[in-house]
Design a protein. Structure first.
Length: 409
């Protein structure tokens, strides 16, 4: 039985949907439907084939975002329980051992438009940024409670992205249980804390797990400069991997103080070897270059510089400048670990920027690895728009830090 009003796609415009793409743009629909923002709709092809259920929003150019690939289903509390449990069954076996922090729901790529759910040990944190999902808050909370019996359920819908869907930015809410300080969890047996109320995102950058794991195996006996370190998760892996020296740089004092806790929880401590610098990376980099400092490994993982199409040009300049300076700080044969989480930049775009940055610093980069989202941050080949994170790991060969030809760029 069907429960929702029907919308029809134009002939030929349904192919991406068959392939698994979760969006329908306004121009692909046969008409403008008079439906309110967030309405559930049954989606049909031009030849009347049922394609699934989506969420409608007349205010956005992505007119429908898909939620299910069948139409005879009721989007209720049971639907959310079934789908959350099935995602958990799918993702958990692919996590590394001793890992209790992971992404259960990764938005559109998991066919949950505008919903993120991260699990940190016994706590679930969710975030809603579409009008359709905003109507489902009670079902989401109830389903998380039934499926996982968490100690607490926290909502982090304090994000600007909600405005694009005509929604307000909400204060942080604890819907179930209580939160007293940071929430402990493990990743590869290492101990971490998510600041689920005051931290960035849902409290931790779960998406950089692949890079952390790879770096741990590359830095024994080496010096590491970790720029935009946040709470030092990658640095803890570097310490476990036997790094001789680690310097973390971040502009958030809170993040750096949690980094110290992370070191201590894993049997390390801040000292002359492992330390942090509070400040702006763009001020600190020129200073380190001026002081002729060099490192065996430089990590550069800035926030998304290119959040919107308009800011892409500015973002490219920022990536270029930061990475050029990173290359200048690398010893001969040193390793650059550089990331971009800007969805607006493709891997090709980003590789081009890094190539230019290396060239300007007089280095050549030999790729060791190219990494993306870990499996729990679902990456569908049919949905390139959902791919945002890319990390290049490369050895810098040729030239040296005295190459200053382009220092003013
Ligand atoms: N690498 C981290 C995540 C980085 S997120 C991890 O894997 O956990 C980006 C970080 O950059 C945030 O912690 C933010 O506080 C910091 N940041 C943003 N702009 C900065 C700047 N100009 N200088 C220093 N830190 C900055």
């Amino acid at each position: 039985m069907e429960h929702y009003p029907r919308v029809y796609i134009k002939k030929g415009r349904d192919i991406p949907l068959f392939a698994g793409h979760p969006w329908i743009f306004s121009k692909a629909l046969q008409e403008e439907y008079r439906l309110p923002a967030g309405e559930l709709v049954a989606v049909y092809s031009a030849t009347n084939e049922p394609l699934g259920i989506g969420m409608y929003n007349p205010k956005t150019s992505i007119r429908v975002r898909m939620l299910a690939r069948e139409t005879a289903v009721c989007i209720d509390h049971d639907f959310f329980i079934r789908r959350f449990s099935s995602l958990d069954d799918d993702k958990r076996p692919l996590l590394p051992p001793e890992t209790t922090g992971y992404r259960l729901v990764h938005g559109d790529a998991d066919y949950f438009p505008g919903l993120i759910v991260d699990r940190y040990g016994e706590v679930c944190v969710f975030q809603i940024h579409t009008a359709g999902m905003d109507r489902m808050r009670n079902e989401i909370i109830e389903a998380l409670r039934t499926a996982f019996s968490p100690r607490a359920i926290v909502e982090r819908s304090d994000i600007e992205a909600r405005k694009r869907e005509g929604l307000g930015v909400l204060p942080v809410a604890v819907h179930e249980g209580s939160i007293d300080g940071v929430v402990p969890f493990t990743e590869n047996g290492l101990h971490f804390f998510a600041d689920v109320v005051d931290g960035q995102k849902t409290g931790f950058y779960l998406d950089q797990r692949n890079a952390r794991m790879r770096v741990a195996g590359l830095v024994r006996g080496k010096s590491v400069l970790n720029l935009f370190s946040y709470t030092g998760a990658l640095s803890v892996y570097a310490a476990r991997g036997g790094a001789a020296e680690i310097v973390m740089v971040d502009s958030s004092k809170e993040a750096l103080s949690l980094a110290q806790r992370h070191f201590e929880a894993n049997g390390f401590s801040f000292s002359a070897r492992y330390r942090c610098m509070h400040g702006n990376v763009f001020d600190i980099l020129p200073r380190l270059i001026e002081e002729q400092k060099t490192y065996d490994c430089v990590v550069c993982d800035p926030p998304a510089f290119a959040k919107s199409l308009e800011s892409v040009a500015r973002a490219k300049t920022a990536y270029l400048s930061a990475n050029r300076q990173c290359c200048m700080l690398l010893r001969e044969g040193g390793i650059l670990v550089t990331s971009s989480c800007s969805g607006r930049l493709t891997l090709d775009d980003f590789s081009g920027i890094i190539r230019a940055a290396a060239f300007q610093a007089g280095r050549d980069l030999h790729i060791i690895d190219v990494l993306g989202h870990p499996y729990d941050h679902t990456d569908r080949l049919s949905f390139a728009e959902g791919r945002y994170l890319k990390t290049l790991i490369a050895r810098a060969v040729g030239g040296n830090v005295s190459s200053r030809r382009f220092a003013s760029v």
